[in-house]
Ligand binder design. Sequence first.
Ligand code: DHB
Length: 529
Amino acid sequence: MNCHRRDILKSGALAGLALSVSPLALGPLRAQDVAPLSLDFDPEGYEILTTTVATPTGDKVVRYRFWKAIPYVARPVDVAYQSLNIGVPVEIDGVEVDASDAPILFANSVGGYMPSSVAEAAGIAEGGMGGPGGRGAGGRPAGGRPDGAPPQGPGREVPSGGNAMLDRGGRRVSNAKLALAAGMVVVEPGARGRTLVDGAGIYFGTAPAAIVDLKAAVRWLRHNRGRVPGNVDRIVSSGTSAGGALSALLGASGDSPLYAPWLAEIGAAEESDAIFAAGCWCPITDLEHADMAYEWNWGRNPLTSGEVVDQDVSAELREAFADYQLSLGLRQSGEGPRITAETMGDWLVERWLRPEATRYLAALSEADREPYLEANPYIAWYEGEAVFDWADFRAHVGPRKKTVPAFDAFDLSSGENSLFGAGQVAARHFTAFSAARAGVALDADIPEKLALMNPMHFLSEENPGRAGHWWLRVGAKDSDTSLSVVANLAASLEKRGNEVNTRYYWDAGHGANEDAADFIAWIGEISRI
Ligand code: DHB
């Protein structure tokens, strides 16, 4: 079954868009013609699989029950994406385990805001985000841009959805497999993504489709409380990059009424979509402020070509960042000095980067530390501590990955432009700055879509549905977005009284996951609370 429902056009969700498509042109398949799918879990519908998982305490052989491609909404737009897989360990190294009340790792495989499908997966995924070319964990090819253009323009790093999570040794890491080997339940939801287009040329996976789908999958789990293995009050989400952003959004926006019409439209279960904890690796989030933040952080760093980006544009965006940062009203460690564009760099260094560099250098043998320090003279190694400043650190990171503006590209070539596509329009502007440059006004639906996609929006107020526990990780050398993004997320969550465990992995790039076993141990600890 592969039904693209057309009634999205009537949803009001696209109100304000001048769509030129007549409903009559959309073909015969309409929501009311399709019998709703059952949301009830079939406990018998599994196969038994065996996998060997490398853990820090050695290989573990895990036998697990595997349920595949379960639709999680009653009226899917495309069931290939709106389905989930479940893995439940029954035996670890020959010893029976009972995971019926275990925490649930809810591991999305979204990358690049592309579609992710688990429908053809042969088991719990090997690691990280979806397969190459924007495929999901199961390798279902995603739709491309109708004009055949790549999702990003020249000189851009393509967020393909194919970046695996890597440990420090460059090996793929799978939170999901480690969770299975620790006796936890793993749920892998698919989700619609920005390039999906139906026969009438309608983009049906653009914002906010992916977050709506993830929420629907959480609701499906709650609907099956007591039938589905695992503790639905201990759902811990994980994701990387765009998937990390969605994990943060899922955690921040639990039970928000803003999503109600979108969820109703696809026949999501009428249940809570709040989660217990969120793990977010290098989240590409706060998109409407990401261009400003990027220039604040990487504005003077050259591109890989050695070229320096337009410094007038960069400076304009950097100035806008100062206002934005001030508007957040954040203070260092809650009560300390304000976190401003002026103080953010030093604060990043003191709070996270210096301790990370110290941890890294302290773990090296003297024979390895010496050449590292020689190659990095900006770091002073003083009484067992790394000392450096923000400007030198920033220069040390080297080339910026993205041109200017990094996200809302003037030529509409970024993945984020396509994330905010709608109807038959493949890509749109989503910031006033880039829209003004293009001489157009922002479409009327953009502010709502931005809010629906941004965890920061939900952190500006109290929300009892917000996850209470957070695991935030990013490589200190990751220039896919500004290093301020995770810092602001962490500070906002701390301000709200949440438990936040944050690290900037030293010298690591995009997609790093260097302490996956610690993450699994953390789930165990917080779940016993
Ligand atoms: C991803 C990377 C990006 O640089 C981006 O802008 C969006 C998504 C990703 O890897 O998912």
